[in-house]
Ligand binder design. Structure first.
Ligand code: TXA
Ligand code: MG
Length: 336
């Protein structure tokens, strides 16, 4: 068996042969990155502790965080986790889609202890992407998959991003083109009848609140809510310094803009990219990580980011930008 740290990474076409090859690699304990509608995931057979362990090696993750187990259907999710009425309603309403539900692990759950980091809960998601669903059906097991980036880098939204971070460290990447949503899934815990938002993401808070008929507790990095384990404030860190809510751009700074309002002085700026010229938050989310990578790669010391509205997907976009702007902190120092 070729080790993931020495071999070549196969780039697989998203056709029947490519997906079959990916499923076969997963079944033999190998690592395969695959597209979801949110970001690319780094997949391993969630039932095999050995396969899951290789995810941490490949990512260079400093410690074991619990991972999301991806499954093909709500029915498959229900054999891994215990769904109360709220969880069931959310799963029926939003799956397949950019929502992860944290529920108590089912007594017969096959998700390995390592994938759950020893917790008695499990994070489950049915991704809304035809290639991911096809792969899950063929693999026949839950697939543990964190975002397919090196630890500390922003999440990949193309196969090229995956290869830039993990080429030679994983066995294959299924190339499904750019992902549609561009932000990781929204994570909601359903351990009691009051669901809590652990991470804002690709499903806007407002959609969930409309479904449950009331406000959703938690979510802001700064409201004292419990965070998803492993969500360090500085989790998403470009090399460049990131300056938020920039009204003007200093000479030499790279700039990340939003909407039609252009800062007065762009003449001395480095690379300038706009998340969405027409001020559309879904388009902005889809561009966020690729633009951050491109601006970081431009070599600028600072990336100045224009203000972005906080409603809808803006909550998750601003959450990721605040993390990108945070100074690196000690592992375990989870922001209250
Ligand atoms: O969109 C996504 O969610 C992507 C795609 C690949 O599905 N995946 C992703 O995985 O973002 P990752 O590992 O980067 O983030 C998973 C988050 C972590 O913050 C982790 O702490 C949280 O899920 N998590 C997993 N299991 C949990 C549990 N039992 N309780 C609380 N949080 C959990
Ligand atoms: Mg991640």
């Amino acid at each position: 068996m070729s080790g993931p740290l020495t071999g070549m990474t196969e780039r697989l076409a998203p056709d029947s042969a490519g997906i079959a090859r990916a499923a076969e690699l997963l079944a033999s304990g190998q690592l395969v990155a695959f597209p979801t509608e949110t970001v690319y995931g780094l997949g391993a057979d969630a039932t095999s502790g050995e396969a899951v362990a290789r995810i941490y090696t490949a990512k260079g993750r400093p410690r074991f965080n619990p991972l999301i187990a991806h499954v093909a259907s709500l029915a498959a999710a229900r054999s891994e986790g215990v769904f109360n009425d709220t969880a069931l309603m959310l799963g029926e309403r939003f799956w397949p889609g950019p929502l992860t539900l944290v529920v108590p692990a089912a007594p017969g759950s096959r998700v390995s202890d390592l994938a759950r980091a020893g917790l008695d809960t499990v994070a489950l998601r049915v991704p809304g992407h035809p290639i991911a669903l096809d792969l899950l059906r063929r693999a026949g097991c839950p697939i543990a998959a964190p975002s397919a980036n090196r630890s500390g880098r922003v999440s990949p939204t193309t196969a090229t991003h995956v290869l830039a971070d993990l080429g030679g460290r994983i066995d294959a990447v299924l190339d499904g083109g750019p992902t549609q949503v561009g932000l990781e899934s929204t994570i909601v815990t359903c351990l009691t009848d009051s669901p809590r938002l652990l991470r804002p993401g690709g499903l806007p808070r407002e959609a969930i609140e409309e479904a449950i008929g009331r406000a959703l507790a938690g979510g802001s990095a700064y409201d004292g809510a419990p965070r998803a384990p492993g969500m360090l404030a500085s989790h998403y860190s470009p090399r460049a310094r990131v300056r938020l809510n920039a009204e003007r751009i200093a000479p030499g700074e790279a700039a990340l803009l939003f909407g039609r309002r252009t800062p007065a002085d762009l003449s001395g700026a480095g690379l300038v990219l706009n998340l969405s010229d027409r001020g559309d938050l879904a388009e902005a989310a889809a561009h966020l990580f690729s633009h951050l990578r491109a601006l970081d790669d431009s070599g600028a010391a600072t990336i100045a980011v224009a203000p972005i509205p906080e409603q809808g997907l803006g909550e998750a976009i601003n959450d990721r930008l605040r993390r990108a702007a945070a100074e690196p902190e000690r592992e375990g120092a989870i922001t209250p």
